[in-house]
Design a protein around this ligand. Structure first.
Ligand code: UGA
Length: 316
């Protein structure tokens, strides 16, 4: 593969993926719409990490601008990460934007790929939020989809529109359900970023709910690796869970963070936001057997790396 399009290239996972592709000699066209859910300064910092690589062309625009000729010509793989993320803000009026950026923009992209003389492979970013709160043991990809947030509904619909294009036209689309990704450059609204920021400033850490909720936190380099493997090995229409090394409760993560900073976290508990899943735990057997995916970074190590990045940022 020699040329890739990365949508959402200035975002958290997108910027890491772009850097990795460039380091492997891939020519990358990057698009980012700088949606206002995300601190622009943080995205500019992410882009600065990519630097002025000669094989990187950046378009600061939304997918809805539809400049497909500039973006798709000669592209072998599209990594579609552009989206309006975050489960807690997807209620109310914001839902229209979630539908626009997560479903409608994806359909535009699929349609444009179809029009190419040689349609590219498309790797689409989905989310564990399509499952809602998980029951029983680990959840595999056949589990029922019962999203508990409007955001999760848009990700489920996004998967369905992809499947329609696979079935009708044989478009080579594969979907990755990430489980709460963390690590350097994590989105500023996400839990670990907020917790580290609060701990570094000696502030109270705000826990939504009782802190007993659990997640299968996934390190960002592992999510990047899953994208690259999916582009190489996945069959059209395949969906994969992309999880981390284990399921862990939020309060147990905070104990690890406190240890890393040598502080005892002061906790404030707030009533849990609607749409928050109580539990996620990924069965990654399919990604392991079909793609050779294996999470490489244990939580303790990933937290250490995220903290180092946040300390470096704080120093400016
Ligand atoms: C995250 C992403 O934000 C979604 O975009 C993504 O789709 C999803 O992971 C997924 O792919 O699985 P979430 O699990 O809510 O969603 O991730 P965090 O923001 O890191 O929150 C983790 C837990 O910490 C949640 O239970 C949340 O309520 C809690 N939290 C978050 C707090 O207790 N305090 C905070 O300040 C922030």
């Amino acid at each position: 593969m020699t040329k890739a399009l990365v949508t959402g290239c200035a975002g958290f996972i997108g910027s890491h993926l772009t850097q990795r592709l460039l380091s492997e000699g891939v020519t990358v066209i990057g698009i980012d719409g700088f949606l206002d859910n995300y601190d622009v300064a943080a995205k500019l910092r992410n882009l600065a990490q990519i630097g002025s690589h000669p094989a990187f062309t950046f378009h600061s625009t939304m997918l809805q601008a539809q400049r497909w000729k500039d973006w798709l010509e000669g592209v072998d793989v599209v990594y579609h990460l552009a989206a309006l993320p975050g489960v807690r803000n997807s209620w109310g009026k914001a839902f229209t934007d979630y539908v626009n950026h997560n479903i409608l923009a994806t359909q535009m992209l699929l349609e444009a790929c179809l029009q190419q003389p040689k349609p590219p492979t498309v790797v689409v970013s989905s989310s564990s939020s399509v499952y809602g709160t998980m029951q029983g043991s680990f959840t595999d990809e056949t589990a029922p989809l019962r999203p508990v947030s409007p955001y999760g509904v848009t990700k489920e619909s996004m998967e369905q529109i992809c499947q329609v294009y696979v079935k009708a036209y044989g478009l080579r689309v594969t979907m990755l359900r990430y489980f709460t990704v963390y690590g350097p450059r994590q989105r500023p609204d996400m839990a670990f970023h907020r917790f580290f920021r609060q701990l570094m400033k000696g502030e109270q850490v705000t826990i939504f709910g009782d802190g007993q909720q659990s997640r299968d936190f996934t390190y960002v380099a592992d999510a990047v690796q899953a994208n690259i493997l999916a582009a190489k090995f996945a069959a059209p229409g395949e969906i994969f869970n992309v999880g981390g090394d284990r399921e862990i409760k939020l309060l147990d993560v905070l104990a690890i963070m406190g240890g890393l900073l040598n502080v005892t976290p002061k906790l404030t508990f707030q009533s849990g936001p609607a749409g928050d899943s109580k539990r996620t735990c990924a069965d990654i057997t399919l990604a392991q057997t079909r793609l050779g995916y294996k999470p490489q970074v244990p939580l303790e190590e990933g937290l250490r790396l995220q903290l180092a990045d946040m300390r470096a940022q704080a120093k400016g």
